[in-house]
Design a protein around this ligand. Sequence first.
Ligand SMILES: [Zn+2]
Ligand SMILES: [Zn+2]
Length: 460
Amino acid sequence: MSDDEPLSRRGLLKKTVGVAGSAALLAQTGAFGQAPKTITRKRFKAWISRGEGPGRTTLQDATLRPIGGRQVVVRTEATNLCYSNVPAVLGIQPPAATRPNPLAAPPGARRLNDMAVIQGHGGIGVVEAVGPDVRRVQVGDRVCVSGTPHCGVCYRCLRGRSDMCQFLSAIGPDDLVAIADLKDGTPVYQNSHIGGLAELMVTFEEWVVPIFTKLPAADVGMACSCVAVAGLGATTAHALMQIEPASSVAVVGCGPLGLSAVQGARIAGATTIIAIDPISVRRDAAKKVGATHVLDPNVEGDGLVQRVRSLTGWPTSRLWSGGRNPGGRRPGSGADYVIEAAGAEHVPPKLAQSPDPTGILPMQQAYQMCSLGGQLITTSLVRGDISLPGNLFSFGGVTHHGGQAGGCSPMKDIPRFVEMLEKGQYDAKTLATTVVPIEGMLEAYEEVAYRATITGLMTA
Ligand SMILES: [Zn+2]
Ligand SMILES: [Zn+2]
């Protein structure tokens, strides 16, 4: 843009903010604002990740930048140490991809590893400041900074799929906005506009959900974590599938997401809940929170799918009497609903190896243990491509849902999850087995990485 060219509002914002994506996020203003309360130059502690390899994450002092538009400053109370953030926090290099990713960033694009980034997948806290265009929350509100945004007005939100809200498409390195500076002037960004591993989170109002509860931070942080939201969303949000009372559910993988799905299945009224995990502590936790059967995939081996089929029968298998066994060559029924929550291992776990560190085998098995006509939600991150028996895939009647956040609509569902916690339906304490102050974050993340704990939370 030349100096004498008229400066459009968009151009001005671009010039001011410097990055097209962040300008777009800042430029959309609402009609009914509130008196802004902004704070600047506030110092806060933040775990900053930058560079390559172990040691890339260090605790530093940062200074908050001025906020504007729809930005919200949240004082962190608790944030969960999500397993999918392990490589970024601990500097573990993921194995090279087996084939090029057609959606990869173009050459020359900004790289997250070169930037100073506060990692984390959101958390809970109290609103300290709001930009002039914020309508959803006020200073002093307790909020969940959700891993998934919910604007309510984009194409996907309007079609009932706010788990895919289009704000999710604006979280790449080029979209991030600097929210603070380090002592040497280095700008500080946050993972996905949310961060969490710091005393403050600065986000846009689309990512905040007001929650009106006085329960302890660690419990609320657990119930509102990205993993609990995905597990409870898959089983109780009813966006993707509706678990019927007296149905059968299998949950493959019992980390905090799977254990939240076990609880959601119980809350939804399932009467057969089969929890599958190689780690015995996790199987014990599954029994405690609602599983009716637990299976060790290392013990079941190749018989795992058949074992689930045999556990999901019905009082009768007679064809004209309401029997649910299709008969023929495939004895047993298969679960009405399956939630896959195993995923790839970033490092070999300390307590028990899983049958396949890429996470592919558990995902294939999850598909195959679904009853003909049943439904499957997959939620985990795996390494590689999935192959399935072609005919089962083609006309086996299994409906598969890609379960980003379990299909949850944050503004509709997160307050319900808090209510489940309030009324004792959701057990947060059994899942949050490591709770540490901000200084203990890195050691706690190691425990999470090696699956030596069910999940970790940092309180600030
Ligand atoms: Zn997460
Ligand atoms: Zn939206």
